[in-house]
Ligand binder design. Structure first.
Ligand code: 5RP
Length: 233
């Protein structure tokens, strides 16, 4: 099975298995979870799902929800009250303890706020995302305020990483996040403790958030090339 087909399969499966009537639902960002979003929208349109209150994590997902007619709220909406029943998202890398990195789509800030405000959390990935150690191959995204770009870059080097400013495609200059910040793509040369590093990186003045997600235990749906889906808790 091709990677694109795996994304559709796993994205749909998570919606079918996890999303229930009346849920306050966080919706992540990316080319896998977009299929979950579309599935939720289709189920609502068909009347097979009712009363979903969704919170989006990016412009990409907001636009997709708008197209599908999924009712959107913010975490601060009275109906949401700062807590979600479930959030579903993609990931860049997932280790054996289901800790993950996110931010390949530069949406890590809202993705983390939404994830950590959720009573349960699910990741939808294909098997290419499984790794032994996070942050050695796919970089850890670090969102920084523009003024702190070099200061944070130096501090990340002191932590043993190499950081590169993420360049935009079809726009001159760097990627600007949905919240107006920059992304430093950060690679470590040797394995790090993800939980320690999640805290350490955020201690640097000028860092808004980083893409290590270690404080929530997701259920991970893994699409395999043979067309099956594994579930790991
Ligand atoms: C966006 C993300 C995405 O969830 C992550 O990059 C995975 O995306 P995809 O499913 O397209 O591979 O963190 O910021």
């Amino acid at each position: 099975m091709e990677q694109q087909d795996m994304k559709v399969l796993v994205g749909n499966r998570a919606a079918d298995l996890l999303v229930k009537d009346g849920m306050k639902l966080g919706l992540g960002t990316g080319s896998t979870v977009v299929h979950t979003v579309r599935r939720v929208g289709a189920l609502l349109q068909e009347g097979k799902l009712r009363d979903i209150k969704a919170v989006s994590t990016s412009f990409q997902t907001t636009i997709e929800c708008e197209k599908m007619g999924i009712p959107l709220y913010t975490l601060n909406s009275r109906e949401i009250g700062g807590q979600l029943d479930l959030s579903i998202d993609g990931a860049d890398e997932v280790d054996a303890q289901n800790r993950c990195t996110k931010g390949g789509g530069a949406a890590l800030l809202l993705e983390k706020i939404v994830a950590y405000a959720s009573l349960s959390y699910a990741l939808v990935i294909d098997e290419s995302k499984l790794v032994e150690n996070l942050g050695l191959v796919f970089p850890i995204a670090v969102e920084v305020v523009p003024e702190a770009r070099l200061v944070v870059n130096r501090a990340l080097e002191e932590l043993g990483a190499e950081a590169l400013l993420r360049e935009a495609v079809r726009k001159a200059g760097p990627v600007i996040t949905d919240k107006g910040n920059l992304i430093l793509d950060t690679r470590f040369k040797s394995p790090v403790d993800p939980a320690v590093m999640e805290t350490e990186i955020n201690r640097i003045a000028g860092v808004v958030e980083n893409g290590l997600f270690t404080r929530i235990k997701p259920v991970v749906f893994i699409a395999r090339r043979d067309g099956t889906i594994g579930e790991r808790r």
